[in-house]
Design a protein around this ligand. Structure first.
Ligand code: WQD
Length: 346
């Protein structure tokens, strides 16, 4: 039975906010908890504009178990979707302990409070980065591929999955699905909701958009000697609205199988950094100057999803292609050149 009351941690973030819109458009009651360390409170204003409903918001740190307990005490919660985390591969190599504290500590705290309040349904925001350098030749990776995390971010997500799996093992009433996203990009087609990186973007797509918008002079391409067609790294980019939709499908399937289940969310299509740059130039009509530099610490050559399990078990697959991802990202960037902070078109 699909839950009616859903608590979303990190609901003010990029993927979280798009998922809150999808949940509310389906008529579910949403409560958001977010510490706004990597998201803007304004994102929920946009969620209200797009979906017509402003979710309840509690500003708190998941490691503050007292505050979290109070939220669970005040509200009916049928299921939790847990996004709240630090999520930049490069940054995680600079501040690993913050990543472990926020991502692993926050997840353990959430699981404990959920258990204490009899909430036994969880969808967890996991990551393809767990696969590490498992397929430098670009072979699509299935959920059965071994975990080879190569950076603190990926390690933290792998550790969270293990904690959740142990929780399901010793508390069989707990049912959880870990969604291993590949590279979520793009924006809501309205142009009102998108990736608002707060400062210099660490991820490729928002950086490309800021170069196209004339806010950054050029793209730095990290790595030109990978064993790929053009030497730059390959990723499986998936539209953020497809990722959001995947969470609603996961909620529908939480009761299918006892215990912990892992599902890839990807398209199965790999795109290199240089190819994404070319697509961005084509879609935006803007030049993207670039500089070839060395590899970024923690990066891998290629990460492409074998997305067959979601298709076989759920009859679900992504619907948007790379041109739509770039086009929607560009529409959001033009309408919000400085993110959620100011309104002016480029
Ligand atoms: C992609 C490629 C960079 C910036 C992301 C998310 C992570 C997870 C997995 C969900 C890499 C290169 C980047 C730039 C560049 N998603 N790059 N110049 O590292 O695959 O991780 O997807 O859980 O949360 O962070 O994405 O966009 O940072 O990098 O050349 O200015 O683009 O080196 O090869 P990544 P990314």
């Amino acid at each position: 039975m699909t839950p009616s009351y859903v608590l979303v941690t990190g609901g003010g973030g990029f993927i979280g906010s798009h998922t809150v819109v999808a949940l509310q458009e389906r008529g579910l009651q949403v409560i958001v908890v977010d510490d706004h360390s990597t998201s803007s409170p304004a994102a929920l204003d946009r969620v209200a504009e797009v979906s017509g409903v402003r979710p309840l918001l509690y500003s708190l740190d998941l490691n503050d178990r007292g505050a979290l307990n109070r939220v669970f005490s005040m509200h009916r919660i049928d299921a939790v979707i847990h996004f709240a985390a630090r999520k930049a591969v490069g940054e995680s190599t600079e501040i690993p302990f913050e990543y472990f504290d926020v991502n692993i500590g926050g997840t353990a705290s959430l699981l404990r409070v959920m258990h204490e309040h009899g909430v036994h349904r969880l969808v967890f925001s996991s990551s393809c980065s767990i696969y590490g350098d498992g397929a430098p030749d670009g072979t699509p990776l299935a959920e059965t591929a071994p975990a080879r995390p190569t950076n603190p971010y990926a390690w933290s997500k792998w550790a969270c999955e293990q904690v959740i799996a142990q929780g399901c093992l010793f508390h069989p009433e707990l049912r959880a699905i870990s969604l291993r996203y590949f590279n979520p990009v793009g924006a809501h087609p309205s142009g009102l909701l998108g990736e608002d990186p707060l400062g210099e973007p660490r991820n490729l797509m928002p950086y490309l958009m800021q170069v196209a918008a004339g806010q950054r002079a050029q793209l730095t391409v990290f790595g030109q000697d990978y064993p790929t067609a053009d030497g730059s790294a390959v990723r499986d980019y998936i539209h953020v609205c497809d990722v959001a939709d995947g969470h609603l499908v996961a909620l529908d399937h939480l009761d299918d199988i006892p215990g912990h289940r892992v599902i890839n969310l990807g398209t199965g299509i790999g795109t290199s950094v240089l190819a994404l740059r070319t697509t961005t130039e084509m879609v935006t009509g803007r030049r993207i100057p670039y500089l070839l530099r060395g590899r970024r610490r923690g990066d891998v050559a290629a990460l492409i999803a074998d997305a067959g399990r979601a298709r076989r078990e759920w009859g679900w697959q992504p619907r948007h292609d790379l041109t739509e991802m770039c086009g929607d990202a560009w529409k959001f960037t033009r309408a919000n050149p400085h993110g959620y902070q100011a309104l002016s078109a480029v």
